[in-house]
Write a protein that binds this ligand. Structure first.
Ligand SMILES: Nc1ncnc2c1ncn2[C@@H]1O[C@H](COP(=O)(O)OP(=O)(O)O)[C@@H](O)[C@H]1O
Ligand SMILES: [Mg+2]
Length: 277
């Protein structure tokens, strides 16, 4: 438990990219684990009907009795959905396939964009950080995550169309900030599955740096087979193989994220001074 953040309300960060397969869930699970390993208390909310973050943390389908679906529909309090994981200080709110229906069902509910924000606001959370693993779309589930969050962390794979996707995402974040959640900001962008032998990776990294400056984390997550093996063992890569380059990259990312969070909380940086769109 860190001294500086222990008495503050939890900071809520959504892991967002409307594209699938870019490393959102991998980043959510392993960043959460690395933060917990650094002594922070972390809650990971699985907001993807695929439930990969829950699986990756070893939560079996049978163990998912209360899930994000019941929380969003208002049937259950968020606190009753929280389950511990094998990682000390890391807990998860699991997801089930029913969540796929929520996208449509929420449309008719009151405060449909704020269901998750309201659920989180309703209780005092004994966590320093809440991370939300979002589905690969900018639908109502992701909108709920954005409305509940202080910040967004964008995992990005270095490929040709990635920047186009990123500018669309940034416009969406700006729109949410203007109309629905004024406190929302971009915490940072992390390059995933980075391959330094591939020129395209370096070109995309240079482009992102030109457009987004220091929003790009110094840490890039390398393509590493240990990262992709870990979920089949129900473990974050930090537990599966702590020494592998992928695990070490997430440890570095966690320290960068913490550093930025502390600067933002101390009020010594204007979080979103850049006009990113
Ligand atoms: N750095 C990496 N190195 C190797 N494989 C990775 C890496 N990051 C993610 N993967 C693999 O890529 C696939 C997609 O990642 P995932 O985190 O599920 O993406 P998303 O949540 O954005 O759909 C998964 O099979 C995952 O194991
Ligand atoms: Mg995912």
């Amino acid at each position: 438990m860190s001294e500086t953040t222990a008495k503050r309300p939890a900071r809520i960060i959504s892991i967002v990219n409307q594209k699938g397969g870019v490393g959102k869930t991998t980043t959510a699970v392993n960043l959460a684990t690395a933060l917990a390993a650094a002594g922070e208390r972390v809650l990971l909310i699985d907001l993807d009907p695929q439930g990969n973050a829950s699986t990756g943390l070893g939560i079996s389908r049978q163990a998912r009795t209360v899930t994000t679906y019941e929380v969003l529909s208002g049937e259950q309090q968020l606190a009753t959905a929280i389950v511990p994981t094998a990682v000390p200080r890391l807990a998860v709110v699991p997801a089930s396939v029913e969540l796929a229906g929520a996208e449509l069902e929420l449309v008719d509910l009151e405060r449909r964009e704020y269901r998750l924000a309201d659920a989180l606001a309703g209780i005092a959370l004994p966590y320093d950080h809440v991370l939300i693993d979002c589905p690969p779309s900018l639908g109502l589930l992701t909108l709920n995550a954005l409305c509940a969050s202080d910040a967004v962390l964008v995992p990005m794979q270095c490929e040709f169309y990635a920047l186009e996707g990123l500018s669309h995402l940034v416009k969406t974040i700006d729109r949410v900030k203007r109309h629905l959640n004024p406190r929302l900001e971009i915490q940072g962008i992390v390059l995933t599955m980075f391959d330094k032998r591939n020129n395209l990776s370096e070109m995309v990294a240079a482009d992102v740096r030109t457009h987004f400056g220091d929003k790009l984390y110094d840490t890039a997550i390398p393509r590493n087979v240990r990262i992709s093996e870990a979920p089949s063992h129900g473990k974050p890569v930090l537990l599966y193989d702590f020494r592998c380059p992928g695990a070490q990259a997430y440890v570095h990312l966690a320290s960068e994220v913490l550093k930025r969070e502390r600067l933002i909380q101390a009020g010594s940086v204007e979080p979103d001074k850049s006009n990113v769109s």
